[in-house]
Design a protein around this ligand. Structure first.
Ligand SMILES: Cc1cc2nc3c(=O)[nH]c(=O)nc-3n(C[C@H](O)[C@H](O)[C@H](O)COP(=O)(O)OP(=O)(O)OC[C@H]3O[C@@H](n4cnc5c(N)ncnc54)[C@H](O)[C@@H]3O)c2cc1C
Length: 317
């Protein structure tokens, strides 16, 4: 008999958990509010330009993630940008797409409610139960979204997951600039000593990107992003572009400019436990908020979540 599990969120944590549960024999349905996979491992498309405007690169410190990165590299889904610094290829979410292979993924649906009836979970959005494989028959439900977004979902289910409320995120304003020709920015990665911009990267210098156009991503630091969190994107863009020019000396007019606000960007205070699990209901939660502000931490949290759920459901990983 097919056994079903629901995962909410198709970022690294959710897909890490989902792929392990799928390999253990469960039918896993992943619900994602965006159109694409990968969450903050994101690539913005603007015409023919592409920007990695979320995670810039990732490292692999532990043996589990190192093995996964080696597998992605062999499959061409990950390439090394600099020694020990990896990127998805051709875009940042390629590892997420790889993990989603063989899973049922429902995109473009924002989950607003989870409910448990006779030991089985149902998943709803604002319009009611989502039509998706196994809905109403999930033996476990896993929240793989930023902790502040997991809290209302756990509450909708009437389940407390103590610890979720302790995680703290810093926001981040991201500036994306596209130039028709080389913009004379020296070097590929900069961490300016500045009270506004904390990171500048030549996106087009990453392996597997479009070398014909110069694309640049700059991230505002947490303090400036927090103070200006509610600014309109146009205002943030103008302010960041002016500072970018001052810091780099690049004066060319960009052919494309845009600013994106990440409300929950980098974990400032992590839980310090790999995941949360409510034994009585079969509701779990995982994400970077559990272990730290890194892609690897999200992956590890997802693996721990799947192992915990499998143990509770009486299945060997
Ligand atoms: C600007 C920025 C720079 C960063 N730089 C780096 C870096 O250089 N190196 C590094 O290692 N890490 C970096 N990170 C952090 C890294 O991206 C994250 O730690 C990691 O990707 C988090 O994965 P996750 O699965 O926990 O969460 P997410 O990637 O946020 O995934 C959660 C998913 O859940 C979905 N979702 C949320 N609510 C709902 C709902 N109600 N219904 C359905 N779906 C929902 C979201 O759309 C999202 O796809 C950066 C992040 C940002 C934003």
């Amino acid at each position: 008999m097919t056994r079903h599990i629901a995962v909410i969120g198709a970022g690294m944590a959710g897909l890490s958990a989902a792929s392990l549960l799928g390999r253990a024999g469960f039918s896993v349905t992943v619900f994602e509010k965006s159109r694409g996979l990968g969450g903050r491992m994101a690539t913005r498309r603007a015409g023919e330009l592409r920007f990695d405007h979320g995670a810039q690169y990732f490292t692999a410190r532990g043996p589990g993630f190192q093995a996964e990165v080696a597998r992605w590299r062999a499959a061409g889904a990950v390439r090394e940008w600099f020694e020990g610094g990896y990127v998805g290829a051709p875009s940042m979410n390629a590892p997420a797409t790889d993990l989603a292979n063989g899973l049922s993924v429902t995109t473009g649906r924002t989950v607003t409610r989870l409910s448990l009836s006779a030991g089985r979970w149902s998943v709803s959005d604002a319009e009611g139960p989502v039509e998706a494989l196994g809905n109403g028959a999930y033996e476990a439900a896993i929240l793989a979204v930023p902790a502040p977004q997991a809290l209302p979902l756990a509450a909708s289910a009437g389940v407390a997951l103590p610890g979720l409320e302790r995680a703290v995120y810093a926001p981040c304003w991201a500036l994306m600039l596209g130039f028709a020709s080389a913009a004379a920015l020296a070097g590929d990665r900069h961490k300016p000593d500045d009270d506004m911009i904390g990171w500048i990267a030549r996106n087009s210098a990453k392996p597997g990107r479009d070398a014909w156009a110069e694309t640049i991503v700059a991230h505002a630091g947490p303090a400036w992003s927090r103070t200006h969190l509610e600014w309109a994107p146009e205002a943030a863009q103008d302010a960041l572009l002016a500072r970018f020019r001052r810091l780099t000396g690049v004066q060319d007019a960009p052919a494309y400019a845009s600013a994106h606000r990440w409300r929950f960007a980098l974990v400032e205070q992590a839980l310090g436990e790999p995941c949360l699990w409510d034994e009585a209901s079969g509701l779990g939660a995982c994400g970077d908020w559990a272990l730290g502000p890194r892609v690897e931490a999200a992956f590890d949290s997802g693996q721990a979540m799947a192992a915990r759920a499998l143990a509770a459901l009486g299945v060997a990983p």
